[in-house]
Ligand binder design. Structure first.
Ligand code: GDP
Ligand code: IMO
Ligand code: MG
Length: 431
């Protein structure tokens, strides 16, 4: 079966968008299955940059169909803006290229407002969310009161659900957070406008569509958002997002069984970044970290916030490989490491005098972990123009080999720049 999951193995922003775009040349379908517009996936083709938040990263390939499945929290206003921007650039010309599940959760103004109000009220305790309303939208889903994409096309259901939602949300906004309420009529008009615009993309049952595609031998990519350590259950809770970001979530979020998946590709930066609050054992808080941020252009694709930077953490990566069932890796951004005299790699932690090789399950423990590093020699050469592994400097090849051996997982792709053509293939994707 040709279902391949692409999942972030760190704290997000590993380069999933680039990999999915490159892989999409061979794929029939690309499915987003969780998260929402908190994601920022960057694609660079012939020097032109496209940042996607909700539309799957296969969209630059006109013959690849894009699916937004049930597990996504769909900010319908942002989606419509994204569609308009793509169309203005000559992309997504046919509505049949994008299909949205009737079961996706609609995310709207009150979710965004609540997210912002909570973060403001939290002060130093804040999570540092993207402010895109993700937590409140998933709460509605779990609370069994979410507005679904299919509801947008049933005016009576839509009105009833909006009225009911606003009774509660406006109470919270006004009385608890001291924020102006939202007018139901205004929101109803806005939702009906967006429903009209988005109707051509409506596909009631995307689960069935994906199932049929896989059964008939089509190639399907499942595009993860965020990263392993932001997972709601297995990440650095509470400094996580509100969805499950693991590979298993591809099945749950898109409504297919695990038996239909043949490969899980973990996208891994050659170093580590994190946006928002929470522990980060290998974070570098000096000029080396600043240099990494500058060279790697490590600023959020969604919020523009500077990303915290640090060395590669093999303890965290072994954990990611285990809990996602990662079968293959794509190693990204190693060009950013050119010019560093020494490259450090964390191979274990020290916790309260104990030597640790497994990632701790509690965030409090992780916050007290000290990284134990191995130092590898760096390389001076610029490598962003290199086309084959054999042409990488010896030290860069050793870095890749070291990671492969330590993680006991094959690296299929090495990326040496943001462009599509800056990709070194070690193995074919779909056999
Ligand atoms: P995503 O959220 O995982 O899709 O990653 P982002 O798009 O948020 O961040 C990755 C950033 O690195 C983007 O600006 C990409 O254009 C860029 N990028 C991806 N691969 C490479 C690479 O190999 N080298 C460099 N220098 N940049 C890369
Ligand atoms: P992509 O798909 C990096 C982080 C936020 C914050 C936490 C919770 O581009 O890799 P949320 O808005 O989800 O409630 O924020 O999660 N976060 C991301 N960090 N990349 C992302 O997505 C992220 N999406 C959310 O910074 O720490
Ligand atoms: Mg991103």
């Amino acid at each position: 079966m040709a279902g391949i999951i692409v999942v972030g193995s760190q704290w997000g922003d590993e380069g999933k968008g680039k990999v999915v775009d490159v892989f999409s040349a061979e794929a029939d379908f690309v499915v987003r299955y969780q998260g929402g517009a908190n994601a920022g996936h960057t694609l660079i083709v012939d020097g032109k940059k496209t940042v996607l938040h909700l539309v799957p990263s296969g969209v630059l390939h006109p013959n690849t169909k894009c699916i937004i499945a049930a597990g996504v929290v769909l900010d319908v206003a942002t989606l419509w803006e994204e569609i308009c921007a793509l169309k203005a650039n000559g992309l997504l010309e046919s509505p049949s290229q994008l299909m949205i599940s009737d079961s996706a959760t609609v995310l709207t103004t009150y979710h965004r407002k609540l997210d912002a109000a909570r973060e403001n009220a939290a002060g130093h305790e804040k999570i540092g969310t993207t402010g895109k309303g993700i937590g409140p939208a998933y709460e509605d889903r779990a609370g069994r009161k979410a507005l679904l994409f299919g509801d947008l096309f049933q005016p009576e259901t839509l009105k009833a659900k909006l009225e009911s939602a606003l009774r509660e949300k406006n109470f919270l906004l006004e009385k608890f957070y001291n924020v102006p309420p939202i007018q139901v009529d205004e929101l109803m008009r806005e939702m009906q406008r967006l429903a009209k615009e988005l109707e051509p993309y409506r596909c009631r049952d995307t689960s069935l569509m994906i199932f049929k595609a896989l059964k008939s031998g089509k190639k399907v990519l499942f595009e993860g958002a965020q990263g392993t350590l932001l997972d709601l259950n297995h990440g650095t809770y509470p400094f996580v997002t509100s969805s499950s970001t693991l590979a298993g979530s591809a099945c749950v979020g898109s409504g297919i069984g695990p038996g239909l998946v043949s490969k899980v590709v973990g996208i891994t930066k050659g170093y580590t970044t994190r946006v928002g609050s929470g522990p980060f054992p290998t974070e570098i808080n000096d000029s080396v970290g600043e240099l990494m941020r500058e060279k790697g252009k490590e600023f959020g694709a969604t919020t523009g916030r500077p990303r915290r930077c640090g060395w590669l953490d093999l303890v965290a990566l072994r954990y990611a490989i285990r809990i996602n069932g990662i079968t293959n890796l794509a190693l990204m951004k190693i060009d950013v490491l050119s010019g560093f005299e020494k490259i450090k790699v964390c191979t274990a932690y020290e916790l309260d005098g104990q030597f640790l090789t497994e990632f701790p399950v509690t965030t409090g423990d992780l916050a007290r972990c000290q990284p134990i590093y191995e130092e590898l020699p760096g390389w001076k050469e610029e490598i962003s123009g290199v086309k084959f592994m054999r042409d990488l400097p010896r030290q860069a090849q050793s870095y890749v080999d070291f990671i492969t051996n330590e993680l006991a997982t094959p690296i299929d792709v090495v990326s040496v720049g943001p462009g599509r053509d800056q990709t070194l293939w070690l193995k074919p994707l779909f056999k």
